[in-house]
Design a protein around this ligand. Structure first.
Ligand SMILES: *Cc1c(COP(=O)(O)O)cnc(C)c1O
Length: 428
């Protein structure tokens, strides 16, 4: 309390120097100390309301977990667990055993494991299988995703050598064939994730790559990035084959994120041939990038939702938000607009059709139809309101477009509506 009062007095002194004495000085000192006091005991990492419409928003924590997954984290973590203990034999167990069965069943792969994130998964595979040897990658797939993950840099960090083939727009099967030599450790295919090439382009499809490499006894790895576990074709999305389909193409190792389209906790999932997964599991780097019980308990619960596509779409928030009915989005938008009209009767508030994106390097170029609420306040500038909403107790992250605050109804969760209204009330 003393610290809060001192800081408040200091701040007020500075204000007086700058702006002169204000009549309500004692009140302002008390108000300031009160909010400082609250800030000492509140958490810095906190929930926000995502009104951007970007479902897999990396800066806003990517995928929200569903209740069952959260509950499972609490249940498993508040006491001891069988994390690495085999209850049947009474001996030391394997921490991956809790999710291997599920991942094998869902994807059809021979074996599976999970590490800290997909970047770690890629790094681990390269280090364990290709160190001091060559990895063949098409020049059209040397991607950079957010947060400085760049394929050439990761390959060089792993101790492997990048062997680029083809050109930016076109890579042919004979380009790969011509690059294979006695020092080749792997052919790597990388999902383009966050960009799309159009026009005079060509890539070698994965089944041709596996046929070619297996003839030469070389493993093929596919860094899928997002990695979707359900078929999106019924939803009009034909560019993202599910992991199950890739497994069928005889790919030796497939890596993907736990918190992109899968909608679970942060994690790097590796599925593929048992003989390679075994090499990975016994590599020292695995210990460095291993997952904890939070990840495993959340992932196990999320994977259980994949018992069918319908269940997953219903119960995994990321899929649910991405594939939700346009009517529902519209209804929510109208509800938000009418709530806001009551709060700010003099503002200009409209509901409009717009489009949102998946985000997180997933489904590039695909526009999802949505409804947005546009707000033009009359007593405050748009930028000031945007900032106040962002700095409130429950921050609301919005977009400013055409000098209007834009809220995308898609990513505003139904259980956050009253918080949203409260945040507006406070901001105003
Ligand atoms: C997102 C992505 C990664 C990194 O995954 P993280 O889970 O963020 O570590 C790696 N490769 C590709 C192609 C990606 O899209």
């Amino acid at each position: 309390m003393v610290r809060a009062l001192r800081e408040a007095v200091d701040e007020t002194r500075e204000e007086i120097v700058k702006e002169g004495i204000n009549k309500s000085l004692p009140h302002s000192i008390l108000d300031k100390s009160y909010s400082l006091l609250k800030s000492y005991t509140s958490y810095n990492l906190k929930p926000v309301i995502n009104a951007t419409g970007v479902v897999i928003h990396t800066n806003l924590g990517r995928s929200a977990l569903n209740k069952k997954s959260l509950d499972n984290v609490v249940t498993v973590s508040q006491c001891y667990s069988n994390l690495e203990f085999n209850l049947e034999s009474g001996e030391r167990g394997n921490r991956y055993s809790h999710i291997v069965g599920l991942l094998k069943e869902i994807t059809g792969a021979e074996d599976a494991m999970v590490v800290n994130n997909n970047a770690a998964a890629v790094m681990l595979c390269l280090t364990a299988l290709a160190k001091d040897k060559e990895v063949i990658v098409s020049r059209g797939e040397l991607v950079e995703i957010g947060g400085s993950f760049r394929i050439p840099d990761i390959i060089s960090q792993s101790g492997a050598f990048l062997r680029e083939v083809g050109t930016t727009n076109k890579t042919h099967s004979h380009d790969y064939l011509g690059a294979i030599n006695e020092n080749t450790a792997m052919i790597l295919k990388v999902h383009q994730s966050n960009y799309k090439m159009i026009g005079f382009t060509e890539e070698v499809i994965i089944e041709d790559l596996t046929a070619l490499s297996h003839k030469h006894n070389i493993p093929v790895m596919f860094d899928l990035g997002s990695g979707c576990l359900i078929d999106l074709k019924p939803y009009g999305i034909h560019t993202e084959p599910p992991v199950q389909d890739i497994v069928k193409k005889d790919v030796d190792l497939i890596t993907f994120s736990g918190d992109k389209l899968l909608g679970g906790p942060q994690g790097g999932i590796i599925v593929g041939r048992k003989k390679y997964i075994e090499i990975l599991q016994s590599h020292p780097l695995t210990r460095v990038v291993r997952v904890d019980k939070f990840t495993l308990s959340a992932l196990e619960a999320t994977l259980k939702e994949y018992v069918s596509s319908d269940t997953a779409i219903k119960n995994v928030p990321t899929l649910n938000m991405l594939l939700q009915d346009l009517d529902l989005i519209k209804k929510r938008a109208r509800k938000i607009a009418s709530g806001l009209r009551k709060l700010i009767p003099d503002a200009n508030i409209t509901v409009l059709k717009d489009s949102s994106q998946a985000g997180g390097g997933s489904l590039p170029g695909i526009e999802f139809q949505t409804y947005v609420i546009k707000i033009k306040p009359s007593k405050m500038s748009v930028n000031r309101l945007e900032k106040k909403l962002r700095n409130g107790k429950t921050p609301v992250i919005t977009r400013v477009k055409d000098d209007m605050i834009t809220l995308d109804s898609r990513t505003v969760m139904d259980n956050q509506l009253s918080l949203l209204f409260e945040s507006f009330k406070n901001a105003l």
